[in-house]
Design a protein around this ligand. Sequence first.
Ligand code: COA
Length: 328
Amino acid sequence: MTAAVVEGLGTALPPRRVTNDDLAQVLDTSDEWIRTRTGIVARRMVDDGVVTGDLAVEAGERALKSAGGQGADAVIVATTTPDQPLPNTAAGVAERLGLAPAAALDLNTACAGFPYALATGAGLLTAGAASRVLVIGAETLTRFLDPGDRSTAVLFGDGAGALVLRLGDADDPGAVGPFDLGSDGSAAEILTLSAGGSRLPPHRDDLADDDKYLKMDGREVYRHAVRRMAESLEALAQRAGLDVADLDGVYAHQANSRIIEAVADRLGLPRERCPVTIAEHANTSAASIPLALAAAPPRPGDRVALVAFGGGLAWGSALVRWPEVTPG
Ligand code: COA
């Protein structure tokens, strides 16, 4: 049976590192509070003038190099923070990587972007619409945070990560699938960034700060995230004919170390099988899973589940038989 197969991995982080102590100089917070509540020690932040597409190009270039430099004829950029509403970010990334006239699309399922983008990339391959797909998660969420809101300003960072998929066989090292994807629009209000779309166009001069910045009910997000990621992993394992206990690794969206530990505990998985790499990156939304794969690489042959949850609400998971791959 045909399947999408992983053949390259690349990441990009902006050089500017901002520690919890740096934030405590300007906000009523502390390194101790942030570290114990989230596992975050520092985050990377883009400088003025750097956009999501710049990070996507850097991660994409490295992933293509890691895959052997054969290019790609489709580019997906999973992002909540595109360079602008129009044009999309992916077409510019494809152009700058020398891949035009590749198919190019943005995909927004917030922090759940990476599993959704992998499923979409696999779909392009199996539909015969592409022969090699560059799947990128890239974000500059720090641009959309209220610097005075300690409940969000300490949680996020910027970055990008990418995998290259080619069409192969379900038995190949690197084979991706099955997938589990879902959404729940009834709880949309717990994680929002309201301005800039058709409801509140950016030219309006009556936008409130609550519209312009990311707003979140942290406790509710936490509760939904644990439940939905655990349920998605169970559904994924069932679809693959496995027990959750058969998974060698779970690479969860890195939003909070306690969320990942709670998912592991709920599923009875040893915590060491669920890497936590949030300390130096904070929450990088759609980029966090490929960043985690590069920071704490699975062993070749491991059966790993990638799982994420985000605004929408949206969640998703994907199974990967991890291949021999050297990050570019
Ligand atoms: N520094 C110090 N105190 C802070 C703070 C900060 N940066 N942010 C919030 N607080 C305060 C709150 O005001 C609250 O004070 P109060 O009790 O006087 O009202 C107190 O800390 C406890 O807040 P609470 O919300 O109960 O903390 P928590 O243990 O639930 O942790 C989060 C808060 C945000 C870390 C946690 O809810 C979380 O991680 N949620 C999920 C967020 C997430 O992952 N979002 C993206 C998902 S894709």
